[in-house]
Design a protein around this ligand. Structure first.
Ligand code: C2E
Ligand code: CA
Ligand code: CA
Length: 656
């Protein structure tokens, strides 16, 4: 530690010299110590503080301040201070050109007493006050001009000497290096911190990406509407389970459940109702499937799949529970609907030992279940294989339509009272090029699912109209009923297409009857009513098909321009053995008559049923007992040769 310099003794020059030397040594020691202290410090604030305190000791100043030029270069800030009043000034910032500092910055030279003589008279006036009591040396870094060290007021009075100036300049050289080091360190730290932050941000982004990925994966594996696994996930699980079953020698069951009449619900009640129905089906299937430890998935549209470790009996039991659950009434946009589904079952390894053959078999069984109305069917290679390949089928449909592979057959409707032919129902047949015959339920279903049902229906109407015209020309005036899905009737193209088909016959009685299923009671009633009224004005008749299977309201029927209803064949076929079915047929006939509607019974397979229907007052019958659907020329022969016997049969039935 140094003491204030003692006053020199003019009487003793030798001792004065010695004293000066001693002082010099002291100063150099202090300078070394100081340089060492600040040279090893890397924290910038500490460096500034050290500079201030050591400089003050070095030049015996009452106050030392360290003004530093800010990074943006517009201002300088007193970064540290030591001694009197230092605390008040530290932290303060001033414009770059302000005060003595401004002068030093500008000239990159120290300010001290002697500087005054170099100034212009004007500047001298301005700074004179400061001279002597102020010393300010610049801090010149390696790269940049950093700021300065200012000493204010010499301890014990007096002025700063040239020696003070040199000492402070020497010190400032060391200090600048220390500052630059610390600044570099600070920069590095800032960069590191930034890198750390970048890394953290990267981590956060990564997390978000993972979440997005998960969501994507979820979307790619789950169906967003029902939240069930989708086709991809299901097929993956099936693949794994097949591999496992192969190893363990166990069996698996694949179930395909397809909702009935889903497209019609969608078309008549709207897509929201369709979505609600799918959600309800998913919920209702979940319980029974989970209980059996199986996997339920939504495959597409209205098709669900189940994977179970079960045999035929076990799988059938689950399918039954699923169907029972599903059959509870469902409210859709104000309408009560009973949802039903057909379930096809295929077993591993009996009905296929890989994914695609298992799906093919289950699909075939499901279609057979739909076609036969059995609801559930376990695949049977002999019955279901071959023609029931829906996938190949779908591709062939368009070609069949283009190549004219479809034919219409005609099944007579007989008036029970007279035995006369009242009309015929046109039923489509498809003999494929390869000789196989595809059941109508199947290709109609496929046509509906591929969107080809509209062109197909126009084809059927056109074909029927041509047949009717041909018969008319030959003097036979007979109604032809054509099956038309409600979705097609409601389509905007229907009226223009029909007007093209009916041509000159429009406006009068066209002799065409549209057979529409009873889902006509669902949906926008006013709209349907309006469309049917337009069609009636066109000269079309209407028949409500499959009556009793859906949700009917005979009261509503009265307000529609409908002339007849057809009691579904499922009731007719069983009416002699089943009292409930008989009651349904009986009450339907009575109610319809009260409303002025004619009743057709379809599926009349034998004389006993015909007799029973005649007793109940049924108007018309249709069924194998009278005739199957026949090609036009065969129907003509049937009428020519069997006309009387039909009439006779009818009469005996009516009497018997
Ligand atoms: P559907 O409209 O209910 O037609 C009556 C079905 O009952 C016909 O089956 C007919 O052959 C059958 N059938 C007639 N008499 C009897 C009988 O005594 N006993 C039994 N068990 N069945 C009898 P098909 O021809 O196999 O047609 C099945 C379904 O395919 C039809 O049911 C109809 O929904 C649809 N379909 C057939 N042709 C067309 C068509 O041209 N257009 C549309 N949209 N659907 C059609
Ligand atoms: Ca029909
Ligand atoms: Ca029917």
């Amino acid at each position: 530690m140094s003491e204030p310099p003692r006053p020199t003794d003019p009487e003793h020059p030798e001792s004065e010299l010695r004293e000066a030397l001693r002082q010099r040594e002291q100063e150099l020691a202090l300078l070394r110590e100081t340089s060492l202290a600040i040279g090893t410090e890397l924290d910038l604030d500490t460096v500034f503080k050290l500079i201030a305190s050591h400089a003050r000791r070095l030049i015996h100043a009452r106050t030392v301040l360290v003004p530093v030029i800010n990074r943006d270069g517009n201002e300088y800030t007193y970064r540290a201070g030591d001694g009197e009043n230092a605390e008040e000034i530290v932290g303060e910032s001033l414009p770059l050109d302000f005060g003595v500092c401004g002068w030093v910055w500008k000239h990159k030279r120290p300010w001290w007493r002697a500087t005054l003589s170099e100034l212009s008279p004007q500047e001298r006036n301005l700074w004179e006050r400061e001279a002597g009591t102020l010393i300010l040396v610049p801090l010149m870094g390696h790269k940049d001009f950093l700021g300065g060290i200012a000493g204010i007021n010499k301890e014990g009075g007096g002025e700063f000497t040239e020696n003070d100036l040199h000492l402070l300049e020497l010190f400032a050289g060391q200090a600048a290096i220390a500052i630059e080091n610390a600044m570099a360190m600070e920069d590095t730290e800032r960069a590191l911190r930034a890198a750390g932050e970048a890394q953290a941000e990267l981590k956060r982004m990564n997390k978000r990406l993972c979440a997005a990925n998960e969501a994507l994966e979820y979307l790619s594996l789950y169906d967003p509407l029902t939240n069930l696994p989708n086709r991809s996930l299901f097929r993956e699980r099936l693949r794994e389970d097949i591999a496992q079953a192969k190893r363990k020698g166990t069996s698996l069951a694949l179930l395909i459940a397809d909702l009935d009449r889903f497209l019609e619900i969608n078309d008549t009640l709207g897509h929201d109702a369709g979505d609600s129905m799918l959600k309800a089906a998913a919920e209702r299937f979940t319980g029974p499937v989970e209980k059996a430890g199986g996997l339920l998935a939504r495959m597409s549209g209205d098709e669900f799949a189940v994977l179970l470790e079960a045999d035929a009996a076990g799988a059938t039991a689950v399918a039954e529970r699923m169907r029972r659950k599903l059959a509870q009434p469902l409210r859709l946009t104000g309408h009560e609907v009973i949802a039903t589904a057909a379930v096809g079952i295929a077993l591993y390894p009996a009905h296929g030992d890989d994914i695609s053959s298992l799906f093919k078999s289950a699909d075939a069984a499901m279609l057979a279940a739909k076609q036969t109305g059995s609801g559930i069917r376990v695949f049977d290679a002999q019955r279901d294989a071959g023609a029931l390949d829906r996938f190949a089928l779908t591709q062939d449909l368009r070609k069949a339509l283009d190549d004219g592979e479809f034919r219409l057959h005609y099944q007579p409707k007989i008036e029970l009272a007279t035995g006369a032919i009242d009309g015929v129902e046109a039923l489509a047949r498809w003999h494929r090029g390869n000789g196989t015959m595809v059941p109508p339920d199947m290709f109609i279903c496929a046509l509906e699912q591929t969107g080809l049902i509209a062109p197909f229906t126009y084809w059927a109407l056109e074909r029927a109209m041509r047949q009717r015209t041909d018969w008319l020309r030959r003097g036979w005036d007979i109604h032809i009923a054509v099956n038309v899905p409600l979705s097609v009737v409601l389509d905007a193209h229907f009226l223009p297409e029909l007007s093209r088909i009916v041509g000159p016959h429009r406006g009068s009685n066209t002799g065409l009857v549209l057979e529409i299923t009873e889902n006509i009671f669902l949906g926008d009633y006013d709209r349907i009513n309006g469309i049917l009224a337009d069609l009636r004005d066109f000269g079309m008749g209407f028949s409500i098909d499959d009556f009793g299977t859906g949700h009917s309201s005979l009261a509503r029927l009265r307000q529609l321009p409908v002339g007849e209803i057809k009691v579904d064949r499922s009731f007719v076929v069983a009416m002699l053995d089943n009292a409930d079915d008989e009651a349904i047929v009986r009450s339907t006939i009575d109610l319809a008559h009260n409303l002025g509607l004619k009743v057709v019974a379809e599926g009349v397979e034998n004389a006993d049923i015909m007799v029973a229907l005649a007793r109940l007052g049924c108007d018309l019958v249709q069924g194998y007992h009278i005739s199957r659907a026949l090609p036009a020329d065969e129907l003509e022969k049937f009428v020519a040769h069997a006309g009387w016997s039909v009439r006779a049969a009818a009469r005996t039935s009516a009497e018997g």
